[in-house]
Write a protein that binds this ligand. Structure first.
Ligand code: SF4
Ligand code: SF4
Length: 189
């Protein structure tokens, strides 16, 4: 159904326009001067990137795939996060893996491929909620920039190293990973 929109008649004062411009400038200068007089620690504006904003508790920033102390990945490729993701931006391929160091204590799977398309992610935290192994966390880093779209399709190693600098941890690479288990021969009856 069509709606009639009433045309607003401007008064002669409105049609002068200058008072509105001056009023806008008054507000802008007011903010400007207040910012200058406020101590740096209490200002809303920060000198980014030299200064970083401290994000509040519960903020959902970039993901991290968590590791055990020996650097092995906690994820067991159960696909729960992929299923829970409303944006369908997680891709996982599993491989069989026996942890020879017995970090996890039993035979498991692990992700051969684990990708998150950061451009599709809506940072809802459902993957974190769904994970039974506490293996994926959304932490507080919010710096996400790249020169092309493909670079924002983060892989397993990107996700394991997202917070390596912040936590002072060594960078994990494919070469530091234990090889996958050889395929097992199943006896069929
Ligand atoms: S934060 Fe939400 S949208 Fe992003 S990967 Fe996790 S479940 Fe998917
Ligand atoms: S991150 Fe968690 S939920 Fe996702 S596949 Fe790995 S263990 Fe499963």
């Amino acid at each position: 159904m069509a709606t009639l929109v009433k045309k607003i008649q401007l008064s002669w004062w409105d049609r002068l326009y200058f008072p509105s411009v001056l009023k806008g400038m008054w507000i802008t200068w007011g903010h400007f001067i207040r910012q200058i007089l406020t101590p740096t620690s209490k200002r809303f504006t920060i000198q980014y990137p030299e200064m970083k904003k401290e994000m509040p508790e519960g903020y959902r920033g970039l993901h991290e795939l968590k590791q055990f102390e020996d650097g092995s990945i906690k994820c067991v490729a159960c696909f729960m996060c992929q299923e829970a993701c409303p944006a369908r931006c997680i891709t996982i391929e599993a491989e069989e893996f026996s942890d020879l160091n017995f970090t996890q204590g039993f035979e498991e799977k692990r992700p051969k491929v684990f990708k998150i398309d950061m451009l599709r992610c809506i940072y809802c935290g459902m993957c974190e909620e769904a994970c039974p192994k506490d293996a994926i966390w959304l932490r507080k880093d919010y710096e996400l920039a790249a020169y092309d779209r493909l670079s924002l399709n983060y892989g397993k190693w990107d996700l394991m190293n997202t917070y390596a600098d912040t936590d002072g941890k060594p960078i994990q690479t494919e070469s530091s990973e234990l090889p996958p288990s050889p395929p097992r021969n199943f006896v069929t009856m």
